[in-house]
Design a protein around this ligand. Structure first.
Ligand SMILES: *Cc1c(COP(=O)(O)O)cnc(C)c1O
Length: 414
């Protein structure tokens, strides 16, 4: 995996041995590789070379300021889903005129904030939202640029919790209702119709559903043009999958090829909103074995990271490779790799064959996306540190939380 490799029997992040990071910064600790981040971004750049295209990194995948700043410096736009994410993008030096705002529940306050910042586009997900946005923009004396997020009703063939483009879920405007809603949007005085958006799901490994969705979107763009509504941009969302275990995701260029083929010769600006594909394999979660426990049926490796640090296994039954940082001489056995949280769902991996001893370090791989971003303080566990490695240097890009931060803002009755 780019950015992480064994050298002399020790797992490194770029040039830095992971045991050194554990000693300096403690565990659990997220470790990111700058080279891996840059390489994925460049892969998208090559696939889109020569086109009027904008990559809007989906901030929710990993919203650390240092990571946002790296993408901002590389010229990325951003896909946000909250006012908090907008504030992060601005704090990280992102360009608000390259920001798209997705999400089904934008509040009036968030709309004002985004109008003030001057974002590129609101991806509107309902008639009610459109009406609210028109009102808020009117009060602000502005016109809000919008795309409707249409729901193309294609099956992305992924985990049901991360599929978003089916008729049955809460996202987007039904395909059959989009034309009428566009017509209405075009009559609203404080709305400027600029584009169309869709996003069908996450961890997509097969290019076909995205290509099918793109075809449906283009058909709608044609109908809109015929109705006198000309669009300037087409946003095809994110969702490109990565390898966690033995998946074989296509190269970015191969994933995009059948989409780009349909767009050949068109004048609209093209947007994509990748999250996981940019950061997922550029990060790992470094953790230390606290105890080994040999039960009657199962063996447990109890580590110092838990579901509050990395929720994907508990939430989606997701697989993350778990690698020994310094494979040693301990006897191999099959372990449940679990954390200290008081939940049976608190596991990082089931039935993993490992040669480990207490005190050993393990690396939970592919943890750069939806790892730290989904972490919590459950069980009053301070959040992990985050470290970004660049060559032989390592920077703490988020300090480990302390006890004071755990109950900052709480009050007892007097
Ligand atoms: C989550 C999300 C993305 C990013 O999804 P990935 O699978 O991480 O690429 C992009 N766009 C929207 C609207 C999203 O909700």
């Amino acid at each position: 995996m780019k950015g992480f490799a064994y050298r002399d029997g020790i797992l490194h992040a770029e040039e830095v041995p992971l045991p050194e990071l554990a000693a300096r910064h403690g565990t659990p600790c997220y470790v990111y590789s700058r080279a891996a981040l840059a390489s994925r971004y460049a892969e998208f750049g090559r696939a889109l070379a020569g086109r009027d295209a904008l990559l809007c990194y989906a901030v929710k995948a990993n919203s650390n300021l240092a990571i946002l700043n790296l993408f901002a410096r590389a010229g990325a736009g951003f896909d946000i889903v909250s006012g908090g994410e907008l504030a992060r993008v601005l704090a990280a030096g992102g360009d608000p005129s390259q920001v798209v705002f997705s999400g089904v529940g934008k509040t009036a306050g968030e709309m004002r904030q985004a109008l003030d910042a001057g974002i590129f586009c609101f991806n509107v997900e309902s008639a009610a939202e459109l009406e609210r946005l028109n009102g808020i923009a009117g009060q602000a004396g502005k016109r809000a640029p919008i795309a409707l997020r249409v729901n193309p009703d294609v099956d992305p063939r992924t985990h049901p919790y991360i599929s978003t483009g089916l008729r049955s879920n809460k996202f987007g405007v039904a395909y059959g209702e989009a034309l009428a809603l566009y017509r209405q949007a075009a009559t609203l005085p404080h709305i400027e119709v600029t584009g169309i958006a869709c996003h069908i799901g996450s961890q997509l490994l097969d290019p076909a559903p995205a290509a099918e969705a793109a075809g449906k979107v283009l058909a709608l763009v044609g109908q809109l043009a015929a109705a006198g509504i000309a669009l300037r941009h087409i946003d095809l969302g994110g969702g490109i999958g990565i390898r966690y275990r033995d998946e074989a995701p296509p190269a970015i260029a191969d994933y995009l090829a059948p989409i780009l083929a349909q767009l050949a010769g068109r004048g609209e600006k093209l947007l994509f909103e990748p999250g996981r594909a940019l950061v997922g394999n550029a990060g790992l979660l470094l953790t230390r074995v606290e105890y080994l426990k040999h039960g009657e049926e199962k063996n447990f490796a109890i580590v110092d990271a838990a579901m509050n640090d990395l929720m994907r296994p508990a939430l989606y039954d997701a697989w993350h490779d778990i690698l020994p940082v310094q494979p040693g001489a301990a006897a191999k056995a099959e372990y449940e790799v679990v954390g200290p949280v008081c939940e049976s769902g608190d596991f990082l991996g089931h039935a993993r064959t490992l040669a480990v001893a207490p005190g050993d370090l393990l690396a939970v791989m592919s943890a750069g996306a939806y790892g730290m971003a989904m972490s919590s303080n459950y069980n009053s566990r301070p959040r992990a540190a985050e470290v970004l490695v660049d060559g032989d240097r390592a920077f703490v890009v988020r300090e480990r939380e302390g006890i004071a931060q755990l109950f900052a803002g709480e009050h007892v009755l007097n």
